[in-house]
Design a protein around this ligand. Structure first.
Ligand code: ATP
Length: 211
């Protein structure tokens, strides 16, 4: 079935990588079908939402059978461009940046950190986890067709770097700094502030205890 990407709601699109990762694990263990309640338990999304999400791409699921794992995976692979390698760059090779370079998403999908940038001369011209580190001044020349950047610099530096990244043609930024970035409407920023997330978890544990 051809799926009109424009019709998939953004909230659904955001959950697709989660589904994809779990289904890949199922396929690797030889499972051919999965029920929405099994999926729901594993990915912690309620089964009504899963059924609605899947209905957007024609996977209706059969009563007493569930969903066909291979069908779902082939759809997700196409939708998430998993057949294509997406190269990304990382800016800021501090503690967090170094951890990402070593991790490099190798086990989960077809995204790879291809290069990293820093202003600290003691960090450039070496590799971490096979990823070369260049000086930030050489970014424009080195980036090539990379359009996605992971930002792990001090928050004070974040906006200035972002402005330069946009000039170099970057379209998407995964922002791990606490800074709120100002960008034009055609640029996508996803913000992950680890300390805010942690504080929020602790707050919820304290004030909304689960039974
Ligand atoms: P470290 O202890 O290695 O400095 P950290 O995680 O505590 O690590 P931060 O101060 O958050 O470090 O800085 C993260 C990285 O961002 C550092 O490697 C720093 O050199 C780099 N950095 C700072 N300013 C810029 C900039 N303008 N452009 C690129 N990288 C930068």
């Amino acid at each position: 079935m051809e799926v009109d990407q424009a019709k998939i709601p953004q909230a659904t699109a955001k959950r697709l990588p989660l589904y994809y990762r779990f289904l890949e694990g199922l396929q690797a263990s030889g499972k051919h079908r999965v029920s929405s309640s099994e999926l729901s338990e594993a990915v912690k999304v309620d089964s009504a939402t899963i059924r609605r999400d899947f209905s957007y791409f024609g996977a209706l699921g059969k009563k007493g059978y569930g969903y066909n794992v291979n069908y779902l995976l082939s759809f997700f692979r196409k939708t998430l461009d998993q057949d294509e390698l997406t190269k990304v760059a990382l800016v800021g090779v501090g503690n967090l940046g170094t951890a990402f370079l070593n991790y490099n998403f190798s086990k989960s999908n077809n995204t790879r950190i291809e290069m990293a940038f820093d202003v600290d001369r003691s960090k450039v011209d070496q590799t971490i986890g096979d990823v070369p580190i260049y000086h930030f001044d050489d970014m424009e020349e080195k980036l090539g067709d990379i359009e996605v950047v992971i930002l792990t610099v001090p928050s004070m530096a974040a906006q200035g770097i972002t402005d330069q990244l946009l000039e170099s043609g970057i379209k998407g930024i995964l922002n791990f700094t606490p800074a709120r970035l100002t960008v034009p409407d055609n640029i996508r920023v996803h913000h992950i502030d680890l300390s805010v997330e942690l504080q929020s978890l602790i707050y919820f544990l304290k004030h909304y205890p689960l039974n």
